[in-house]
Each structure stands twice: as C-alpha cells, then as structure tokens.
Design a protein around this ligand. Sequence first.
Ligand code: GUN
Length: 293
Amino acid sequence: MSAKILDGKKISTEIREELRGRIRKLEQKGVTPGLAGILVGEDPASASYIKLKQRASNELGIRSEMVRLPQSIKQTELLKKIELLNSDAKIHGIFVQLPLPEHLEQNKVLSAVSSDKDVDGFHPLNVGKAWMGQQAFLPATPSGIYEMLIRSGYSDLKGKSVVIVNVDNLIGKPLASILAQQEVGANVTLCLPSTPSLSACTRWADILVVSVNKPKFITPEMVRAGVIAIDFGSNYIPDPSSKTGKRLVGDIDFDTVKEKAEAITPVPGGVGPMTVTMLLANTVTAAERQTSG
Ligand code: GUN
C-alpha cells in the first residue's frame, strides 16, 4: 500500500489564510506586523532564503525590512544594529540569517535579539522556556513539523516513539523540546547518522524525522511498516532529464519507503514550505503579544 502524502504546501496555505484573519484584526487596531531580517555577507543560499521570507511576508501583509550587512562587519556594529531593531516599535519580529561569518560569535549575536522579538526561537531564554514547557517562540522547522503532524490527523502522540536523526539547534533539539513535553507524551530519541546500529533505532520509530543531507539515506529496511516518515533533507542529485541537469531530493528514499510507510512528506513540497509559514506565524504572534492590553 502506498503512503498518504503529507502536503506541506496545502497545509501552509491553510495556515497563511488563518494568519490573514489575525493580521486583519491587528490592522483594525492600527498595527501592521513588522519583521526584520539581517543577512551578513553574500552567501547565495542565505540571500535566496531571506528573499523568500520577504516575499512571503509582503504577500501576507507583514511589513518586512531586510538588512544586508557586509561580510566584514565588526561584531559591535552588528550588535548595535540589532539593538536599534530591538527598540523599534514598528518591528515585532527579528531574525539573523544563519550561518554567520566565522569572525562573529553566533551565541552572542543570537542572544542580543530581544527574546520578545526572537521569532526564530534561537535566544537562550526561548530555548530554555521551550524545554520547560513555558510559553516561548519555537523555531520554524520543528514547529512546522509538529503542525504538519497535528493537521494531518496525528495529533495524539502519547506513547508514540519518535526518532529524530538530527541533533542540531535548529531541528533535532527543538523538535525534541516540543514532543517530550508531558502533555504531548511522545518517547523521543535523538540520533546521529553515525549512531551505532542506527537501523535498530530508526526501525523503532512510529514517527521518523530525518535531516542529515544525505540523499536516499533512509531505505525501506530501516523503517517499520506503517511509519510516518518526515523528511527535511535537501540534496541536489544529477538528473539528465531535468532542464537544470539536477533534481532536489530528501534524505529518505521516497519511492521505496512510501510503499512501506503510512504517511510520508515529499521533497520538495513537504516540510520546506512550512518553515517560512511558521516564521510568519511567530511574527504575527509577536505583534499580538506586543500590542495586547
Ligand atoms: N539558516 C538555516 N535555517 C535557518 C533558520 O531557520 N533561521 C535562520 N535565521 N537562519 C537559518
């Protein structure tokens, strides 16, 4: 039996429609949500991400301000720019596009963003609150994955085994912080691609989340029948039949695993579209919190 395809574009469109309603309510109070993004340097992938975030903001009615700073900027200058945005009442959400050039201390920079405007959920205060189950901004990719599960009919994760093959601060750890909360009740395991006997671990998963950037890394032998397979890999592989000579694929061998899974996210069109949407959702939430009362 072929798996149900979890359509991130469709779910994303649904969420954006809901956000339009919330933005209209803010507009009635004279508030336009404002999002500022900072890009340091000229990394082409980062530049295209922030363009995507800007376009999506504008389409929805979020005022966006993208600040481009030179690769050679001194940390003190960058921190000053963040401070200006922190005190700008028209800006409700701020993100600093990662990765940063090596001479900048990522932890210091991320900690400089006001935790009330930290729509990426990377400030230590938000990270700590998320683990403690307190109200916090959650990073876009893990909250996008959680939202996709809920809206696809998998809202009851009590006792389910969730295996996440990724341990970084952007995906694996914050996703664990969401799913390990008592009220969610999942049994969460974090693994690395190099974890010994990884297959034993991945086969245990009712829900398998993978982000390792290795094409076709997860094969059918590595999953149990009926798994819900979530792929946040992004790999270009050669494809002579495509105009560009290459094709985007995830980390899960989609064509074979979908025959064994209950549900699976495609790449592209799965988790990817959810990430920008969740950043926009956090921005609207930030605007609501900063203007309530
Ligand atoms: N670089 C890769 N993913 C992200 C993200 O979610 N937020 C930011 N700010 N930078 C990133």
